[in-house]
Design a binder for this molecule. Structure first.
Ligand code: FCB
Length: 424
């Protein structure tokens, strides 16, 4: 664990950015499955995993942060932060609101968005699928549909052909394992299924889709001589046993690590130019002594520091997972890392200490090339609505005006100086 508070220098050319997702910030994503689901749940008390946000009436995304019309203003904030990169997503439900009809007006909108970043010399990391689907595809079973990789590839081809010259990095799919779990196993997110078989199909089809689109983007853009890099973002957790030598705890730690952190990569081998790592927390597993079959539970409550999501704050965990991924021999980008809190000191400390651990991993030989804080703005956090505050910038819920928080300036200092100082 890092204790010193000396100034640590990040490698030259390191990418500094923030990450967002279309549905969470743009507003009025009316042709998506999430929008449809939200309308059915307005004002309801949803079954939400995270304690602090339970028993609250669900508020739909609506205009969200109105980033769709205010992207210029938001990109000025990014410039002010001293960022040289930005991760955002393009919305499939806009580009292809109706099956097979590619929408030129929406394409033009995204052209303006990406050009605005390019004009500011900001590198673009574009996600093609960040949880949401066009409603027409959801009606056909979404990712459970055997043809879903074909549909995804059709949309991705259109985007790559028309906007590819404006994109530096592609994230095909964001967090396949989280999507599969939340939508098809634990059933919190649309279509709220709890069906292991369907979950398997989702994962399998997402892997097929990633591989197909990886090849295809290269085929389209390599021919044009445009250097491009394609990967996906995985949500990695730092797993640990509650007790050092407990056999079952260690067994489950290993199994969880293989399934959550490695399986999608294993299914899509040789189809990555880099690894996109989303890291938020550590999970400690404790044997459930009352259970007849070997089982473990997550230990949360006796951990020292939690975020508003109830996630365990553990900066050293990012070092652990990065060391694990070193063996993949691929460049790594931290495509998301952030904290939901209303305490600005806690957020600034979170960022500095995670970056110090990333620096530590780089010293140990891991090829980490960039960091994207989640998120630029306080936004629509899925089934938790606007409750969790992940943003560096507050957004007035009614007027949509932006106000940088203290952590905005703390992160700005890091990006502008390319250095970080861990906080005790
Ligand atoms: C990640 C998601 C992102 C956001 C953060 C808090 O798992 O990719 O959309 O919800 O968590």
């Amino acid at each position: 664990m890092l204790k010193s508070n000396k100034v640590l220098k990040m490698p030259d050319g390191f990418l500094w950015g923030t990450a967002t997702a279309a549905h969470q910030v743009e507003g009025n994503n009316i042709n998506s499955d999430w929008w449809q689901w939200e309308q059915k749940n307005v004002g309801k008390i949803l079954d939400v995993k995270e304690k602090k946000f339970r028993n609250k009436k669900f508020e739909p995304s609506g205009l969200a942060c109105d980033h769709y019309s205010r992207f210029e203003e938001d990109f000025k904030l990014i410039e002010e932060l001293g960022n040289n990169a930005h991760r955002l997503s393009i919305e499939w439900a806009r580009i292809e609101a109706e099956e097979g009809k590619l929408n030129l007006a929406e394409l033009e909108h995204y052209r303006q968005v990406l050009e605005s970043l390019k004009n500011k010399k900001i590198k673009v990391m574009l996600t093609l699928n960040h949880f949401t689907l066009p409603s027409w595809l959801a009606d056909k079973g979404g990712w459970t549909n055997f043809k879903s990789p074909f549909y995804f590839n059709r949309y991705a081809t259109f985007v790559a052909k028309n906007l590819g010259h404006l994109v530096d990095f592609w994230i095909t799919i964001n967090e396949p394992e989280i999507y599969m779990d939340m939508s098809y196993m634990s059933g919190f997110w649309p279509p709220q299924k709890k069906d292991i078989k369907l979950a398997g199909w989702v994962y399998f089809n997402m892997a097929r889709a990633h591989k197909k689109v990886y090849k295809n983007i290269h085929k389209i853009l390599d021919k044009k001589g445009h250097k491009t890099q394609v990967g996906f973002s995985m949500n990695v957790m730092s797993f640990a046993s509650y007790r050092k030598h407990n056999f079952w705890e260690l067994f489950f730690v290993h199994a969880a690590d293989r399934i959550v952190n490695h399986s999608f990569y294993d299914l899509t081998k040789k189809s990555h130019d880099f690894l996109g790592v989303n890291y938020y927390f550590r999970v400690r597993l404790k044997k459930n002594e009352g259970s007849l079959i070997p089982a473990v539970d997550e230990v949360h409550e006796d951990e020292s520091e939690l975020s508003d999501m109830g996630w365990v704050v553990y900066s050293h965990g990012i070092f652990d997972v990065l060391m694990d991924f070193k063996d993949f021999n691929l460049p790594i980008y931290i495509t998301e890392n952030g904290i939901a809190t209303e305490d600005e000191d806690q957020r600034a400390k979170f960022i500095s200490n995670h970056l110090a651990e990333i620096h530590h991993a780089i010293q140990a030989g891991v090829d980490v090339r960039g960091y994207f804080y989640w998120s630029l703005l306080d936004n629509f956090e899925w089934d938790k609505s606007f409750g969790p505050k992940f943003g560096l910038v507050a957004v007035d819920r009614k007027k949509k005006t932006r106000k940088p928080k203290e952590s905005f300036y703390a992160y700005q200092k890091i990006c502008q100086t390319n250095t970080v100082r861990p906080v005790a």
